[in-house]
Ligand binder design. Structure first.
Ligand SMILES: Cc1cc2nc3c(=O)[nH]c(=O)nc-3n(C[C@H](O)[C@H](O)[C@H](O)COP(=O)(O)O)c2cc1C
Length: 321
């Protein structure tokens, strides 16, 4: 990336190049609810309200988490270019303001995580039924902590069964809502997969009743040969302290730091946000899986072959006010 050594802020070219990395963040149903703009002294990350999913995300939590993940990628790309950002969380539709800190070379960790941005993807295929490397949970929890998050691994049969039941119940409640089901279809089978949404290959097979963790049904084909037989999924709940809109953005930054760290460790990841999207179930999740402060997302880690990538809108579509 080219950054001027004398200019007050990033050049438009350097900023656009960093946005090119930001957009590879995960987002709810691949809705990409973000915008980025240069300002006089730096840049803003904005929530694109038009892309918020009304039925599954009425309060915008999932959209803000998605934007937080994109903001983390943006920060990482700016750091990899030698001019890292400082930032503060904002309120309203501007979520985050960034400005250049002192120039410095990227740290080895920043370099490694930056390299993982295009490699990371959500994996809805079967995971191997083998435990993750013993040190991985500590490394992943530390990644969440660096960005102000908390990652609590769900250990023990009883806790896992409770979590699985909450996911199942949330999924069933959501699917019973015709508006939710229509929105899910529009974002999967009905979307233009060349730029957004979840196409048939990324959707994975249809969820199987025998799976421990009920995957979201993005309209994938039959499950018989591809069902996930793993009985011991490695699962964690990502939380933050605080339940405001800016806390969701912080959770998104912690999420992306965890996901890139997982990719760096060779781990596949899957996400389950159904129990966070249904308020009554989220309350039960908060009480059931202590000591999670304010749960934002359920994550699964494991070993699995690379599946299919989703696509993104062009950078030009997300730049500007
Ligand atoms: C806040 C949030 C919630 C998500 N919830 C789910 C989920 O419940 N089920 C699922 O399969 N994927 C979930 N995802 C993953 C997105 O569908 C995925 O990031 C998006 O389709 C882009 O694909 P990629 O992650 O492979 O780049 C979620 C992602 C985010 C950021």
């Amino acid at each position: 990336m080219t950054t001027s050594t004398t200019s007050r802020t990033w050049s438009p070219e350097a900023f656009a190049a960093a946005v090119g990395y930001a957009v590879w963040a995960p987002s709810i149903h691949n809705s990409q609810p973000w915008r980025f703009r240069c300002t006089e002294d730096g840049a803003d990350v904005l929530l694109d309200e038009h892309r918020r999913l009304a039925a599954c995300d009425p309060d915008g939590r999932m959209a803000r988490i998605s934007c937080g993940a994109a903001a983390y990628n943006l920060r990482l790309a700016l750091a990899a270019g030698g001019r890292p950002a400082r930032y503060r969380l904002e309120s309203g539709s501007t979520l985050l303001h960034l400005w250049p800190g002192p120039q410095r070379p990227p740290t080895p960790l920043e370099r490694r995580l930056h390299q993982q941005i295009p490699r990371r993807h959500t994996n809805r295929g079967p995971f191997a039924d083998s435990p993750v490397d013993a040190s991985a949970p500590r490394v992943l929890a530390e990644a969440a902590r660096r960005e102000g998050g908390q990652l609590d691994f769900v250990t023990g049969e009883a806790a896992l069964a409770t979590l699985a039941a909450l996911i199942r119940t949330a999924e069933a409640r959501q699917l019973a809502d015709p508006a939710y089901a229509a929105e899910l279809r529009a974002r999967s089978t009905g979307a233009d997969h060349s730029v957004e949404g979840i196409g048939p290959s990324a959707a994975g097979a249809a969820p199987h009743p025998g799976e421990v963790l009920t995957r979201r049904d993005f309209g994938g084909a039959g499950h018989d040969t591809t069902r996930d037989v793993s009985r011991h999924p490695v699962v964690a709940v990502l939380g933050v302290l605080g339940d405001g809109p800016d806390d969701a953005v912080r959770a998104g930054m912690a999420l992306q730091c965890v996901l890139l760290t997982a990719a760096d460790l060779g781990l596949a990841t899957a996400m389950y946000s159904q129990p966070v999207e249904v308020p009554a179930i989220r309350d039960r999740l908060r009480r059931a899986v202590n000591p999670i402060p304010d749960p934002q997302l359920v994550l699964r880690f494991g070993y699995a072959p690379t599946t299919c990538y989703t696509n993104r809108r062009p950078v030009a579509d997300v730049l500007g006010a």
